[in-house]
Every structure is written in C-alpha cells, then in structure tokens.
Design a protein. Structure first.
Length: 284
C-alpha cells in the first residue's frame, strides 16, 4: 500500500549526457532528499565529465509546452532554474513563473564556470536579471557569476562577495547566496537577505576535480524548501548534504570525481560514527 505523495520539485535546465550536472544531477539530489523530481529540458548537451562537446537548445515553444504539461497534474512545491540557452527561453520561463505565485524558486544562474569562464551571452544575463531574479526566493551564483550580475569587474574576496550580493539584493529584492569563496583553506558561502548578511563556512575538502557540486547544492536547497525548511535552514542543511556527497564522490582513473548524489543522512551519520570509532578521543 503506497504512502502519501512526496513533495514535488521541478528542475528547469539542460540535460547533461554524462549525468554529472544539469537536470540529471538535480533529479538524483531530489530523490536523495525524499522528493519527487520533475523536469523541463531547455537544452540537450553532448557532455563528458571534462567538457561540453556540443549543445542543442530546445525551441521556446516546446519549453512552454513542457512547463504546461508538468504543472497540469503535479502539485509543484519548489522550482529550480538552471541553464537557459537564450533570452527567449529565459523570458518564456519568466512569464510562466508569473502564473505560479507562492512557489519557492531557486535561481542558479549558469553564466560562468567556477573558474570564471563565461558560458552565455549578455542578452541572456539581462533576461535573467529582468525576468527571474525579481521572482526568486534565492539565487545561488558563484562569485564570478555574482560579479557579472552585479556589473563588477571581479569578485576576489569576501568583501567583494558581500558587495555583489548586497547590490543584487537591493536591485532585485531576491536573497543572494554567493558560493565558491575558497580562501586560506576555508570554503565560505555568503548570504545577503533582507534581515542581514550571513557566512556559511566549512573546511575545504582536499580532493581533485569534483563534478556537479553547484548543481547538487542548489538542487538540495530546492528540495529542502519543498519540504518546508526556512531559507536559512535549507541553506545550512544543503551544505551538509553536499559536503557528505563530496566526501563520498567516486574517482575515475583520470582523477576526475563525480559527486555522489545518493548520500543519505543515515550514511553520513554512520560515516561519522565509524570515523569516531577508528579515532577515539585521547584520554589524559
């Protein structure tokens, strides 16, 4: 006999053939956090774990058709927006969102890599700012994306992260979580919201290249909002989920790792207990 339906999360973004990012990563994250995942595909990527070989944008009319179909029968509790291939698709999504007031929306603006390499065109950035950020419950740019959205030349330290986040908050009214602040062995995410600025800090995990952390992070926040967490609770719990998933990331022979979306809270607790048993506290 089945139980009640799990909270429904919708991801709007690209299909990554490698499964490390995009809607595939979001759907795995939703499942790990006990949510039902639905998707609207905006582009199809021929993608490996080392790069994008080619992409095929989905026509905006078909994006709209997917949005209407998925919302016809599913009670959507939270929405994540990822990669948008062009301004037309961004504006289609924005118009549809205006018909769905009250649903939490996490905007993950895929406009630059975590190395600062641009991934999209200025007209897409304008559409994101005009159509999506004003509707967002939270936006999760990395520090390079935050600088671009805020019109800053660069975002090199915590002060720059705060300047970008507070500018965007003031301009669009959307809380901004700037991610990817790795400084002096610390990893800091910075949240600017209406009630102030907060830092979320964790030790930098010394691993090789790990694919999919950003998608999993914003996807986890989306799932936790769908389950009723407050914004700050969702951000904190999502950081714990991603940290555990990075620790569990399997590594391929070439040295590239893929975040392990299937990590569960129970597995993290078991890992902590095992580590404690293996390294008992020193007795004086």
């Amino acid at each position: 006999m089945g139980g009640s339906f799990h909270p429904v999360c919708l991801t709007i973004g690209d299909s990554d053939s490698s499964g490390g990012s995009g809607i595939q990563a979001d759907l795995k994250t939703f499942m790990a956090l006990n949510c039902y995942g639905a998707s609207v595909v905006t582009a199809v990527m021929a993608q490996s774990l080392t790069g994008i070989h080619s992409q095929m944008p989905i026509p905006e009319g078909h994006v709209r058709a997917q949005l209407e179909a998925v919302s016809e029968s599913l009670p959507i509790k939270a929405i994540k927006i990822g990669y948008l291939p062009n301004a037309q698709v961004a504006r289609v999504v924005g118009r549809w969102l205006r018909e769905k007031p009250g649903i939490p929306v996490v905007v993950d603006p895929i406009i630059a890599t975590n190395k600062g390499i641009a991934l999209t065109q200025p007209e897409v950035i304008r559409a994101i700012c005009e159509e999506l950020l004003p509707r967002g419950t939270l936006a999760t740019p990395n520090r390079f994306e935050a600088a671009t959205l805020a019109g800053m030349e660069e975002c090199l330290d915590i002060a720059d992260m705060q300047a970008a986040a507070t500018q965007l908050l003031k301009r669009y009214g959307c809380p901004i979580l700037v991610t990817g602040g790795g400084f002096d062995g610390r990893h800091i995410d910075l949240l600017a919201a209406m009630d102030g600025v907060n830092h979320y800090e964790s030790p930098t995990i010394k691993r090789g290249k790990i694919i999919g952390t950003g998608c999993a992070h914003s996807g986890a926040i989306t799932a936790l909002l769908a389950k009723g967490d407050s914004l700050r609770e969702a951000i904190l719990d999502a950081k714990g989920y991603v940290t555990g998933a990075i620790h569990a990331a399997p590594e391929l022979p070439g040295g590239v790792g893929v975040i392990w979306h299937g990590i569960t809270v129970r597995e993290q607790v078991m890992a902590d207990v095992t580590a404690s048993a293996a390294n008992p506290p020193h007795q004086a």
